[in-house]
Design a protein around this ligand. Structure first.
Ligand SMILES: Nc1nc2c(ncn2[C@@H]2O[C@H](COP(=O)(O)OP(=O)(O)OP(=O)(O)O)[C@@H](O)[C@H]2O)c(=O)[nH]1
Ligand SMILES: [Mg+2]
Ligand SMILES: [Zn+2]
Length: 300
């Protein structure tokens, strides 16, 4: 039989095939080969009669896979940041966008908790509004940006449209609201079908494991994933970075030197675009930080 791993907990994998979920264990050979099945994997499995645990015998080739979050076969990343509580961490947002670009998946920036920017009489409201404005200025020229608030259905509807038919992965720092967004996406779907389900009643707590949820019958699915604060870039060469910032890549043809790293070289088209405001200072600084990080890594 073939199915897809929807979640994995303590050595058990929950594999969906048709409308049924089968609890499976992975064949011992995977461990020996140092292969760990990931949520999102398409697998071949055998039903073992008279036993609770069925057996995953094969993992079908992955279209892509990621370490943080540990998921496979993603079409689209929903990179989530809050405007406040927690404050946006640009490094994390940019690294997630870079990993998405590197894998060739789509990326959408979800700016959550926009409701916190409404109350301009409070200093927290002004702070939230300032970071909302900053995020829009930096990212709207480069990525689709969706503004979300838990009291505004329009944002969730927009996401539902953007990810239709795709497998999307929520990713971002802990507490930014990934699980809340997932619950709203599930609820949208439930309202449409008129069904009542406990699916949308999941409690609010820290997500510990990646889990895949089906949104509809047309194959739309969403990963909820655990949050994290930072991660090191891996599996990348510094030379690849300029191609993974779309707004930098757009100017690559115009540098004087073919091996320009866009740092202090004369006749650099990227620096010119930066000076002319076509590339934001924040994203450029992020590029520099990542080049340095990858250079450091290479020294060891
Ligand atoms: N004000 C406001 N709070 C929100 C919004 N969305 C989520 N929250 C709150 O933010 C807190 C964290 O939300 P979660 O959905 O658990 O965050 P998460 O990203 O899944 O966190 P991890 O599972 O730890 O990675 C909860 O208390 C939510 O109620 C929003 O749009 N506005
Ligand atoms: Mg969560
Ligand atoms: Zn250059």
């Amino acid at each position: 039989m073939q199915g897809r791993i929807m979640k994995g907990i303590a050595g058990f994998y929950f594999v969906k095939s048709g409308e049924t979920i089968y609890r499976c264990k992975a064949r011992g050979i995977f461990k020996k080969q140092d292969i760990k099945p990931a949520v999102g994997d398409l697998v071949e499995f055998e039903i073992i009669e008279g036993n609770d645990d069925n057996l995953i015998t094969d993992i079908l080739p992955r279209r892509n896979s990621f370490i943080r979050p540990f998921v496979a076969n993603v079409d689209c990343f929903l990179v989530v940041t809050a405007v406040l509580r927690p404050a946006p961490v640009q490094e994390l947002v940019d690294k997630l966008l870079i990993m998405a670009e590197h894998a060739g998946t789509e990326a959408i920036l979800c700016v959550n908790k926009c409701d916190l920017a409404a109350d301009q009489k409070r200093s927290s409201g002004r702070k939230a509004a300032a970071s909302l404005e900053m995020l829009r200025r930096i990212y709207e020229p480069v990525y689709p940006v969706v503004l979300l608030s838990q009291d505004d259905p329009a944002g969730y509807e927009r996401i539902t449209e953007l990810i239709h038919g795709k497998t999307a992965a929520l990713a971002g720092a802990s507490g930014v609201g990934k699980s809340t967004i997932l619950n709203h996406l599930l609820r949208n779907e439930l309202m449409e079908t008129g069904a009542v389900s406990e699916k949308s009643q999941r409690g609010r707590h820290t997500t510990r494991h990646a889990q895949l949820f089906s949104l509809d019958e047309e194959g739309t699915a969403v990963f909820d994933t655990p949050g994290f604060t930072s991660f090191a870039l891996t599996g990348l060469e510094p030379e690849e970075l300029p191609h993974l910032f779309p707004e930098i890549e757009a100017h690559l043809g115009s540098c004087r030197y073919d091996d320009c790293r866009h740092m202090a070289e004369p006749g650099c088209g990227v620096k010119l675009a930066l000076d002319q405001g076509q590339i934001s200072r924040e994203r450029y600084d992020s590029y520099l930080a990542m080049v340095r990080e990858l250079d450091e890594e290479k020294k060891y």
